[in-house]
Each structure stands twice: as C-alpha cells, then as structure tokens.
Design a protein around this ligand. Structure first.
Ligand code: NAP
Length: 248
C-alpha cells in the first residue's frame, strides 16, 4: 500500500488558488492531507482545485487581512477535524513604488497582507497546536527580505519581518514540539513575476546560477519537507530556494 506522508494531517495554506500556493495545496493533497486554502478573488481557479481533489481540498474565499474571517476559518477547521497540523502563510502581494512616491496605503496594504495576517494566523493556529503538542508552520518570505530591492521597500520590509517573526515564534514554541520556518524563494514563474518588464527578467536570469527561473512545484517540495517529520530538528530557519541567485 502507498505510504502517504501527510495522511490524516490537516493543513491550512493561505493564497492557494494560484502560483506557489496552488502547487503547495496540490502536493499536500497528493500526500494524503486534508487541505484548506484561502483565496481572495480567483473563484474559478479555486473551484477547479476543489474539484480536482474532491473531498480532500477545500477553498475559503476571504481576505487574509480580515482578522474576523481568519479566526472563523481556523475555528471551523478545528471544529470539523479536531486539529490543525500545518499552517503555510503563503498569501502575498506586491505594490511596488519608490519610497518618495509610495502612498501610505501602498505601504500599509502590503504589511497587512504579507506580515500582519501571518502573525494573526500563527496566533490562531497556535491554540490547537499547543493542545496537540505538535505542529509545523511555514512562512513564505522572499530573497527580497534578505537582500531588499529599490522600489520594494514595503515588500522587502514585510518579507524581512516574516523572517524575524519566524525566529521569534520558533523560540517561543519550540519546547512544545511546534516548529516554525521560513522559505525565501528567488524568481519563481507565477502571475506575480509574469508582469515584470522583460529587461528586469533578463537581468535576474543573468544572475541565476542554474540559468533558469524556478517553478512553483520546486518551492512546494521544500514546504512539504519543512512541514514533515523529516525536518524534525529544523526550526527558526529560512531556507533559500533561488537557483543560486542569492549566495549570502
Ligand atoms: P500569485 O501568483 O500572485 O498568487 C498569490 C495568491 O495569494 C493567490 O492565490 C491570491 O488569491 C492569494 N492572495 C493574495 N492576496 C490575498 C489576500 N489578501 N487574501 C487572500 N488571498 C490572497 O503569487 P505567488 O508568486 O504564487 O507568490 C506566493 C508567495 O510567494 C507570496 O507571499 C510571494 O510574496 C512569495 N514569493 C513569490 C516569488 C515569486 O517569484 N513568484 C518570490 C519570492 C516570494 P487570488 O487569486 O484570489 O487573488
């Protein structure tokens, strides 16, 4: 019989309808998990995903920055399954602008979605995880959180914040058998990067050791590893998945 790594596990992935989040949802489902994912507007993609893994994957439409909706979602999951084993804070947005031109809303929106929403969801899932005395949390940061970029002060600050948040929570809950890690992807082919100017893409490419952009599935594999017992002695870390773009 097939040995599925996440059989009987309950997983919550934010921003699971497209891109990296979608690949993460699919890999967990293929490994036998029950997967809940959030999305904001892409209903068609979300429904398609639910149908593909009928009974195993469930979408929840709502803004991750909406505290009440997210608390209700976590409560629903716990009520239905009695536990949450894995949280993946993946949902993220970019609103690029130079600091001199950046509006307060552009700053705040990115911080709210990328960082504050992650903090709140961690708080909500820690309750059931502390009761279970087990759990794994993976936060989707970015190499931009390590290197920064002109025109991305809001995004860089949110992603650097996620790395610091990861370390702090890891130290708070490690003794309760809950692990918290972050991933810092480089340039991954998704809708988020598709709209970048060709010149910017060319420049990135010339600096990537492997000579190609990454695929969402290549990030998803690392998420599964960090969430699994195979990573039982890894916590508070940021794993860079960038094809050699960053070598700090
Ligand atoms: P993407 O293709 O733009 O997909 C983003 C996903 O997040 C979608 O499912 C979207 O839902 C959801 N989402 C966005 N804002 C949301 C909100 N307020 N509430 C709920 N869901 C929301 O992005 P991606 O490239 O896969 O990126 C995923 C994560 O990886 C992000 O945190 C990003 O910063 C990070 N990352 C990406 C790259 C890259 O090269 N692509 C590199 C480093 C880090 P809807 O479809 O409904 O809008």
């Amino acid at each position: 019989m097939q040995n599925l790594e996440f059989k009987d596990k309950v997983v919550l992935v934010t921003g699971g309808s497209r891109g990296i989040g979608r690949a993460i949802v699919e890999r967990f489902a293929q490994e036998g998990a029950t997967v809940w994912f959030t999305y904001r507007s892409s209903k068609g993609e979300a429904q398609e995903l639910e149908e593909k893994y009928a009974g195993k994957v469930k979408g929840f439409q709502g803004d991750v920055a909406d505290a009440t909706a997210m608390e209700e979602l976590v409560n629903t999951i716990v009520k239905e399954h009695g536990r949450i084993d894995v949280l993946v804070n993946n949902a993220g947005i970019a609103r690029d602008n130079l600091v001199l031109r950046m509006k307060d809303e552009e700053w705040q929106q990115v911080i709210d979605v990328n960082l504050t929403a992650a903090f709140r969801l961690i708080k909500f899932v820690l309750k059931p995880m502390l009761k279970q005395r087990s759990g794994a949390i993976v936060n989707m940061s970015s190499i931009v959180g390590l290197t920064s970029n002109p025109g991305q002060a809001n995004y860089a600050a949110s992603k650097a914040g996620l790395i610091a948040l990861t370390k702090a929570v890891a130290k708070e809950v490690g003794k309760r058998n809950i692990r918290v890690n972050a991933i810092a992807p480089g340039f991954i082919e998704t809708d988020m990067t598709a709209s970048l100017p060709e010149q910017v893409k060319k420049e990135y490419l010339s600096n990537i050791a492997l000579g190609r952009f990454g695929k969402p599935e290549e990030v998803a594999e690392v998420v599964l590893f960090l969430a699994s017992d195979r990573a039982s002695y890894i916590t508070g870390q940021t794993i860079v998945v960038c094809g050699g773009l960053y070598s700090g």
